[in-house]
Design a protein around this ligand. Structure first.
Ligand code: CTP
Length: 402
């Protein structure tokens, strides 16, 4: 993922048992290519060591001992100057109070005062401490100054009780960090609607006709669009962990997806139809389960709505997004079929996908696609991960929106 590659993240770790989760977060960020400077408070050192973070990031981790070292006069200034994002995770009630009042009693505090970059705070504390008006006032003060506060979540706490005070899990924090880093990306201020998964058309109360689709490519696109700063609506029929920041609309049938798309494209800049939508659906759906003893049923099908056709028929400039992208999953005559769909569905671009290949298409993590543009240009991409394919598509959508 390119969003974290080479990004300078300053990470503050404070004295909470959730500091062990901060080690995992540091590891994930470093593996994703971020350049991480970690600063631990004295109380963080009661739970974890600087060596933990040094081992995970491959870089020096700093403590208050460095605040009084020979380089002290420049260290906090340098750390703050280089940082593109300051993440304090976990952030205790004490550190929240210190930040809110601008105190300068530790390396982390002086560095935070000196830093001009965005600040992400992941609070972690006992639930009464979190609910206390003093903590709430301090958090409100920080939010008012532009800090991005995420969590804490409800759940099991170190006190043995359950309540609101748990630091968010690594995956979620990672998503919030991506969201913050992407803010000024290629799709900043753009709204993008993405569909994912296959639709399900009921045959009777227990059976349905569906399309094979894992939703992986659609979810990868939603994440790549968020990395590029877009405001994303993800209309989905599958249960996967959604990217942090996406607005999720869950649907099941082609009709529900059509209604969701028409509602979400109002004011949107782009629509990317990745979903495998049913072309046919059972015409009459019995309200009782079909029984075997009644013999093989003769199911009459009818056309399901064509969503892209409906979008193409929206009045230009009113509700139709500026850029509409379709997917063509084909088992034969890939380019001919994709080019026909590009034209008949009035698309700006179509992503042609040969589903007969084992390493591309349904369920697998890789894809090999050809991008066909309305102006006749085409681009064959090599075998890439679904996320890399998503990043390429997002780049092309950004160019089309320029
Ligand atoms: N699509 C749609 N509504 C449908 C069927 C498909 O909006 N009822 C969209 C898909 O999301 C995709 C594009 O149309 O972006 C092409 O889908 P595909 O199933 O390949 O094409 P069809 O038009 O259904 O043609 P066929 O199945 O006959 O190949």
């Amino acid at each position: 993922m390119t969003i974290l590659k080479g990004k300078r993240i300053l990470m503050g770790v404070t004295g909470s048992i959730a500091a062990y989760k901060a080690a995992d977060l540091a590891s994930q960020l470093a593996q994703a290519g971020a350049i991480l400077d970690v600063v631990l408070t004295a109380s963080a050192l009661k739970f974890v060591t600087a060596l933990t973070f040094q081992s995970l990031t491959g870089r020096r981790a700093y403590t208050d001992a460095d605040l009084w070292g020979t380089e002290a006069h420049v260290l906090h200034v340098e750390l703050a100057r280089k940082a593109e994002l300051l993440v304090i995770a976990p952030c205790t009630a004490n550190t929240i109070a210190i930040l809110a009042h601008g105190e300068a009693d530790s390396l982390l505090a002086v560095t935070a005062l000196s830093a001009k970059c965005p600040l992400l705070i992941a609070p972690a504390m006992e639930s009464n401490m979190y609910a206390h008006p003093a903590t709430q006032e301090n958090l409100a003060k920080l939010a008012g100054r532009g800090a991005y506060i995420t969590g804490p979540a409800e759940g099991h706490l170190a006190s043995g009780k359950s309540g609101q005070g748990r630091m968010l899990e690594t995956l979620e924090l990672f998503g919030h960090i991506r969201l913050m880093l992407g803010r000024n990306g290629l799709l900043a201020d753009k709204k993008v609607v993405i569909t994912a998964g296959g639709t399900h058309e009921p045959l009777d109360p227990v059976r349905e006709l569906t399309n094979r689709s894992s939703g992986k490519q659609g979810y990868a696109l939603a994440q790549a669009a968020i990395d590029a700063g877009a405001q994303v609506s993800l209309i989905t029929s599958v249960e996967r962990t959604p990217p942090v920041g996406a607005r999720i609309v869950t649907v099941r049938t082609a009709q529900e997806m059509l209604e969701a798309v028409l509602a979400e494209v109002a004011g949107a800049d782009a629509l990317i139809m990745v979903a495998a939508v049913a072309d046919f659906r059972p015409k009459d759906i019995p309200d009782r389960k079909m029984k075997k003893k009644d013999g093989i049923p003769q199911v009459k099908l009818e056309y399901a709505p064509d969503i892209l056709e409906a979008v193409a028929n929206l009045k230009s400039g009113k509700k139709r997004p500026k850029v509409v992208v379709g997917f063509a999953a084909e088992s034969h005559d890939l380019l001919e079929n994709a080019a026909l769909k590009l034209q008949s569905k009035a698309l700006d671009m179509i992503v042609a996908n040969d589903i007969s290949a084992e390493d591309a298409g349904f369920s697998v993590d890789t894809n090999r696609v050809i991008l066909l543009h309305a102006n006749g240009e085409s681009e064959a991409l090599s075998l890439l991960s679904k996320f890399e394919v998503a990043e390429k598509i997002v780049n092309r959508v950004a160019s089309l929106l320029e």
